[in-house]
Design a protein around this ligand. Structure first.
Ligand code: GTP
Ligand code: MG
Length: 303
């Protein structure tokens, strides 16, 4: 039913287990309590323990020094990074670049990891991955790189609607569990776009609560994925181009408070001249807000 490890059960809510396993609420609570004892997750932790776990956090090179600097070294595992911005602002391009870079060795700012992509807009392009691999700086051992080797470590699934998208996130957990002890454990999951289906399917005021509830569950599944696999969760999001419905900022990210509160980092991307893009860091827990300029070239994300 999508729970592939004791840890996954330990961090589930009774409601989730009730729905998945057709057991009563009391039984579900007992199962969860049992799993927690064995898995030793949850409860209070002292700051030094948290610091210890934070030491495992990996940072993934974005390809742009400016962007890395803005992000305190790169995109962090165990966190949700939301890229939002208008069409053509570079969200999908940055996602492709991260799918390449996470595979690199640590000397090059990668995590020697593999990638799972949930593609809701049919915008994954293996050809772009190949171009970006060709555009990488030379490898330290002087070896030629084969784009096919990179494509092998990227698993892509199309999500046809929001329910399918939620299911795919659950089966991603299974895949990651299997890859855990392999050469390339999953260190990155991309959902491009995380909100499009929800936005298209739940129209009208009356459906909003339902939509937010589902989106909330989905995001928490993803967060759990990130924690259990020490992976980065990279999601993209559109902006609403409806200035009449909002005062102030005419470009508000979709997803409302649910996404706003769950995302660890929010990066607002804007188009500038030609290949130039501007990234603004919004709402980071430990970094100052600020901006960075990067470019989207045929060879990928650069300064
Ligand atoms: P939506 O998904 O439509 O909301 O937009 P997005 O933010 O995902 O846009 P995306 O990342 O797909 O950016 C598309 C833009 O990237 C194009 O308009 C080009 O400016 C740029 N781009 C894409 N491929 C190439 C390429 O091969 N070379 C160069 N130089 N630029 C490219
Ligand atoms: Mg896109």
């Amino acid at each position: 039913a999508g729970f592939n490890s004791i840890e996954a059960i330990a961090v589930a809510s009774p409601g989730e287990l009730v729905a998945a396993a057709e057991v009563g609420e009391a039984t579900a609570s007992k199962i969860i309590a049992g799993a927690r004892e064995v898995a030793d997750v949850g409860g209070f932790e002292t700051g030094d323990r948290i610091l210890e776990r934070r030491r495992l956090v990996g940072k993934i090179n974005t390809g742009s020094k400016n962007l890395n600097e803005l992000l305190g070294g790169g995109m962090e595992t165990q966190s949700i990074m939301e890229l939002y911005g208008e069409f053509g602002s570079g969200k999908t391009q940055v996602a492709h670049q991260m799918a390449v870079n996470v595979q690199l060795p640590s000397e090059m700012g990668g995590l020697h990891g593999s990638v799972i992509i949930i593609d809701t807009e049919n915008t994954f392009r293996p050809e772009r991955i190949a171009q970006m691999v060709k555009g990488l700086p030379p490898s330290p051992d002087g070896q030629e790189r084969d784009p096919a080797d990179f494509l092998k470590n990227i698993s892509v699934a199309r999500a046809f609607n929001s329910n399918h998208q939620i299911l795919l996130a659950e089966s991603a957990m299974e895949m990651a569990e299997k890859a855990k002890d392999s050469d390339y454990p999953v260190r990155l999951i991309i959902v491009d776009s995380v909100t499009a289906h929800f936005r298209a399917e739940y129209v009208g005021r009356g459906t909003l609560a339902n939509r937010q509830q589902k989106l909330n569950k989905h995001l928490h599944d993803l967060m759990r994925f990130g924690d259990l696999n020490n992976a980065l969760i990279l999601v993209t999001n559109q902006v609403m181009a409806k200035p009449d419905t909002f005062f102030g900022d005419p470009t508000k990210p979709v997803g409302g408070h649910v996404l706003g509160h769950t995302a660890t980092f929010r990066l607002y991307l804007r188009k500038s001249k030609g290949e130039k893009r501007i990234a603004r860091l919004v709402d980071s827990p430990n970094l100052p807000d600020g901006e960075a300029v990067f470019t989207v070239t045929t060879e990928g994300v650069k300064d």
